[in-house]
Design a protein around this ligand. Structure first.
Ligand SMILES: Nc1nc2c(c(=O)[nH]1)N[C@H]1C(S)=C(S)[C@@H](COP(=O)(O)OP(=O)(O)OC[C@H]3O[C@@H](n4cnc5c(=O)[nH]c(N)nc54)[C@H](O)[C@@H]3O)O[C@H]1N2
Ligand SMILES: Nc1nc2c(c(=O)[nH]1)N[C@H]1C(S)=C(S)[C@@H](COP(=O)(O)OP(=O)(O)OC[C@H]3O[C@@H](n4cnc5c(=O)[nH]c(N)nc54)[C@H](O)[C@@H]3O)O[C@H]1N2
Ligand code: SF4
Ligand SMILES: [Mo]
Length: 683
């Protein structure tokens, strides 16, 4: 007899959906559905996770520890015992520490699972043994820097309040693909309030197709668009001067700055008609209950933080924050008050630790002195929850780095990813239905927990168990290494003043929502003077050399198209993959088919490129081959290549990220995945 059990989607997606999983027996799951009684999930989930049984029970799941027998990357491995595998890792880490110092060991991780216990045990190990730390810059880093520069912390309007909105602007976010259940909230507002939907995206995405108005700025020009909207708001008396006086830092100076930032000025930069900019600004200024859902997509340019800040200024100009259904949301992370001490072993962190930027992994592994900060080379790594051989920028260099024979690499994985293939030791990992964990979200405010529902396949072990076993061998002392995952959760919840774990398990979720006044910053913004900053302190945010412009506007710091590189390329997620995950799933492959690039028919005709033909994209960094898809999804001069396909889907083992620059984005790091200029020609 099958049973329906509660769970939580662990993937790196703002929705962190509350799930109902059909459990067929001790080893098998069936259908996965969204929980109908969770008022954020609303019973809606993506098709990837609805088909999770295919991933959990995939014949390619790793089930035993493996030792490499052939050259790095050859995929030649032999089975070994857990003891031999863990002893080998411990020995290599000790040897690197003895010869090069503890900073030569670099535990590397990301959001493969977003569960707190399974994700951060490795950070605790690094803190306890004084290994190099990892700066988590790859995803929200640029966007959060931009938002925080104005608002002071990362939170915003409750996404469920969208049901009260009259105007919803989805800005640089393809919600239909990347957070489908948000669209359920949007359609409710459309149905019940006749709300208008505006989408701002260079591509005519699935989300854009649902919009009443779609504006397609050139990538990396949103700062100009938002600034011109503000110009209209002030010029046409649509700014709320009472709100501005009470809640913002320098409204008069801002207004003066905007004088010449007209829609005509912005048209020349963004490619959006001045008339459309004016129309949107008026609609926005005349609709008190206007809500902006900022995506992370439009932050993925070298000027991304500046652009995100400019957009975040809009509700501060109109005072939309004051109205139920008005305001904005980039992320809800700031609503959770989890004490990270126990999870991450912060009490054992040393001030003199070296912090290595994950987006610079290629430069770091190939010995770039600046990135190594005068410290030792990286000689040994443990990787959990991420696949850097596919997802990081400047991929050719990343591949070179991981190919180093003097680098010891252990990868703990569910599948034989490209990164796992480079490992000396591969360890088999559990999936979320096979281990316990605790989840926050960056799209809603529910704290959730899930339990193992079935037994792991073969000898797979969860991250927590692996880290505890290594800690023992390496002599790392921390009470969390002696506890079960549940005990770590229990202590974390107690330390954080959350209800206890048993209560959370009974209730299924706990809402960390604050009052409406708090969520909408009506008690003030998170600065000592409580005022939103139109003029951010970028210097304090990390722009130490003061490159960033002081005021919202257009910061011309992008890889603009030029004669040699006439096309602007964006590389957003594929709907049926999640970053590089699900690229092994039959359901996903059926729809995504093969790596392709969307080209406007006019651009294709100019080069005699026909549908399906192999084309080459190139820049000074690299070249890749993809199949042409001719479509008006993109404007003339724009290209879009969706999805982090594995290298094996390309003819030379390198994927789209070989074209992406790993230059550190201001103010504080990150990768500009949608900021790329290329040439295009038939293969
Ligand atoms: N199906 C699926 N869902 C996912 C993921 C996935 O891989 N697949 N990944 C997950 C992760 S890790 C994240 S961080 C989120 C990201 O999800 P989103 O926040 O939606 O970000 P992206 O998908 O990177 O980009 C969103 C849109 O921004 C547009 N864009 C690119 N450059 C610009 C620009 O300069 N200006 C404007 N206005 N728009 C621009 C792109 O065309 C794209 O349609 O999605 C999560 N959800
Ligand atoms: N071109 C391009 N590149 C991008 C992006 C883009 O938009 N365009 N987006 C970027 C963004 S936003 C992000 S967040 C990064 C994400 O990059 P990654 O964090 O590398 O995400 P995934 O590719 O999903 O890889 C996660 C891996 O963790 C493994 N995993 C999952 N759960 C567990 C577990 O419990 N234990 C262990 N040991 N392993 C587990 C999965 O099998 C998978 O191989 O990619 C970035 N790369
Ligand atoms: S990937 Fe995102 S939309 Fe899909 S189930 Fe997970 S949290 Fe929900
Ligand atoms: Mo991400």
């Amino acid at each position: 007899m099958s049973e329906i059990k509660n769970s939580v989607c662990p993937h790196d997606c703002p929705s962190a959906c509350a799930l109902e999983v059909e459990v067929l027996d001790d080893h098998t799951i069936g259908t996965v559905r969204g929980a109908k009684d969770n008022d954020y999930t609303l019973g809606v989930i993506c098709s990837k996770v609805a088909n999770y049984a295919q991933r959990t029970h995939h014949p390619d799941r790793l089930t035993t520890p493996l030792k490499r027998t052939g050259p790095k990357g050859s995929g030649e491995f032999t089975q070994i015992s857990w003891d031999e595998a863990l002893d080998t890792v411990a020995k290599a880490f000790k040897q690197a520490t003895d010869e090069f110092g503890s900073q030569s060991v670099w535990p590397f991780h990301y959001g493969g699972t977003m569960g707190k216990v399974q994700r951060y045990g490795l950070v605790r190990l690094a803190n306890c043994l004084h290994y190099s730390g990892m700066e988590e810059t790859i995803c929200t880093h640029i966007a959060y820097a931009g938002w925080e520069a104005g608002a002071g912390s990362v939170r915003g309007t409750d996404a469920r309040d969208v049901k009260h909105s009259d105007l919803i602007i989805i800005w640089g976010c393809n919600a239909v693909a990347t957070q489908i259940n948000f669209m359920k909230h949007v359609s409710r507002a459309q149905r019940e309030n006749d709300a208008k939907l505006v989408v701002i995206d260079p591509s005519r995405t699935g989300t854009a197709k649902k919009a009443d108005l779609h504006l397609a700025p050139k990538p990396g020009t949103d700062g100009a668009l938002a600034t011109a909207m503000m110009q209209v708001l002030f010029a046409e008396n649509l700014a709320d001067h009472i709100y501005l006086e009470q809640y913002t830092d320098q409204p008069k100076e801002l207004e003066a700055q905007l004088k010449d930032k007209t829609p005509e000025w912005a048209e020349a930069i963004t490619g959006v008609a001045a008339e459309d900019i004016r129309k949107l600004a008026r609609l926005y200024g005349q609709t008190p209950k206007s809500f902006i859902r900022l995506g992370i997509g439009f932050s993925r340019s070298r000027n991304g933080a500046h652009n995100v800040h400019a957009v975040s200024c809009l509700p501060a100009v109109t005072g939309a924050w004051q109205h139920l259904g008005g305001g904005a949301l980039l992320g809800s992370s700031g609503m959770f008050h989890l004490d990270k001490n126990h999870l991450e072993g912060l009490d054992q962190r040393r001030d003199d630790s070296r912090w290595l930027d994950m987006c610079r992994v290629g430069a770091i592994l190939t010995g770039n002195e600046t990135d190594l900060q005068g410290g030792p080379p990286v000689k040994a790594m443990l990787i959990q929850n991420t696949n850097p051989m596919a997802v990081t920028p400047d991929l050719r260099r990343v591949h070179e780095g991981f190919a180093r024979d003097d680098l010891f690499l252990c990868v703990h994985e569910q599948f034989m990813t490209e990164t796992a293939k480079m490992a000396d030791i591969v360890l088999p990992a559990t999936t979320f239905v096979e281990h316990d964990d605790l989840y926050t979200s960056y799209g809603h405010t529910y704290l959730q927990t899930s339990k193992a529902l079935i037994k792991p396949p073969g000898e797979a072990r969860c991250n927590h168990d692996v880290i505890c076993a290594l800690a023992k061998r390496l002599g790392a002392n921390h009470p969390a290494f002696e506890q079960t995952a549940e005990q770590v959760m229990e202590q974390t919840m107690a330390d954080s003043n959350y209800p206890n774990l048993a209560q959370l398990q009974t209730d299924k979720w706990h809402d960390s929502k604050g009052s409406y006044e708090h969520m909408n910053y009506l008690e003030g913004f998170d600065w000592p003077d409580k005022k939103f900053r139109f003029k951010p302190d970028w210097h304090a945010a990390g722009d130490t050399e003061k490159h960033m412009p002081a005021w919202p506007g257009h910061w011309d710091e992008i890889f603009a198209a030029n004669e040699e590189h006439p096309f602007r390329l964006t590389t957003p997620p594929a709907r049926r993959f999640l970053n590089s995950t699900f690229t092994e799933l039959p359901h996903s492959l059926k729809y995504e088919k093969q790596p392709c690039v969307h080209i406007h028919p006019q651009d294709a005709a100019a080069q005699n490129i026909s549908e399906g033909q192999l084309v080459i994209l190139g820049n000074t960094q690299d070249q890749v081959q993809l199949h042409a898809t001719l479509s008006e999804r993109v404007n003339v001069g724009a290209l879009e290549a969706r999805g982090v396909w594995p290298g094996s889907a390309f003819n030379d083992g390198l994927s789209i990220n070989s074209l992406i620059s790993a230059e550190s984005v201001r103010p504080a790091g990150g990768a500009a995945f949608h900021d790329c200029a290329v040439w295009l020609k038939p293969a």
